[in-house]
Design a protein around this ligand. Structure first.
Ligand code: ADP
Ligand code: MG
Length: 246
């Protein structure tokens, strides 16, 4: 479903991803874990092409792109990949001057050119799914962090992406508010939503991830079924990292 092959990302002289190869099955949840600076966010951003990989191959559904250093990637190719992804950020990033439901409708109306009433109906259904229908007309600033993140998840799901990318979706939240976000993500996972999430939250990773990829220094140190990586890590670096979390 998603294939990353030998993805390298450089920023100037800094090599941030050093040949990352990962494949992600449809309907599965993959957690990206590892120390800060390991390359998790950059890898997520390379999947939706917010960052263009320096080299390597990205496959998403039936699209495939091969990157070469210094070579421009056509805008429409980027759009075709990006439209198949939804992204959830650590700090929610809702549009502050739009209500909750308007946030969810925005992409449907402006990018996909849906009529407003159809977009509103879909947005309302998604707000219901994340338990936020009662706050449809609220401004983001009046919502708790957990509520804002649930609206952001609804917004990311609105265009029916093939994959939901989440970058530390619970890191900005107190444990109680994080739990309501974990519950929503767990429900989506149960329904078979394909997700890739960078997280420090072992509770999140171990509750919902099927696969774990441990990234350190821009390399995949270890990957495998979540249970195996968390309970029987093979590599010293993974063991040390997991010990710091528990
Ligand atoms: P993580 O999400 O695992 O903490 P990141 O992907 O954010 O890691 O960062 C990996 C490395 O890439 C870090 O050393 C960071 O400083 C560097 N990096 C990320 N984005 C940029 C950028 N736009 N320009 C230069 N360096 C960057
Ligand atoms: Mg990060």
């Amino acid at each position: 479903m998603i294939g990353l092959e030998n993805i390298e990302k450089r920023f100037g002289d800094a090599v941030v991803l050093r040949g990352v190869t990962v494949s992600i099955e449809e309907g599965s949840v993959t957690a990206l874990v590892g120390p800060s600076g390991g390359g998790k966010s950059t890898l997520l951003r390379c999947i939706n092409l917010l960052e263009i990989p320096t080299s390597g191959t990205l496959r998403l559904g039936d699209q495939q792109l091969v990157f070469h250093p210094g070579q421009r990637v056509p805008r429409d190719a980027i759009q075709r990949i990006r439209r198949q992804t939804g992204m959830v950020f650590q700090n929610f990033q809702l549009f502050p001057h739009r209500t909750a439901i308007e946030n969810v409708m925005e992409g449907l109306v402006t990018v996909l050119k849906w009529p407003a009433d159809k977009a509103r109906a879909r947005a309302m259904a998604l707000l219901e799914k994340v338990g936020m229908a009662h706050k449809a007309d609220a401004w983001p600033a009046t919502l708790s962090g957990g509520q804002q993140q649930r609206v952001a998840i609804a917004r990311a799901l609105a265009p029916s992406p093939k994959v939901l990318l989440c970058d530390e979706p619970t890191s900005a939240l107190d444990p109680e508010l994080a739990q309501e976000v974990v519950d929503v993500l767990a429900e989506l996972a149960k329904e078979g939503t394909t997700m890739v999430m960078a997280t420090h939250d072992l509770r999140l990773a171990s509750t919902i991830a099927k696969e774990v990829v441990f990234l350190d220094g821009g390399m995949v140190v270890e990957k495998g079924p979540a249970r195996q990586v968390f309970t029987h890590p093979e590599h010293q670096r993974t063991k040390r990292f997991i010990a710091t979390l528990t």
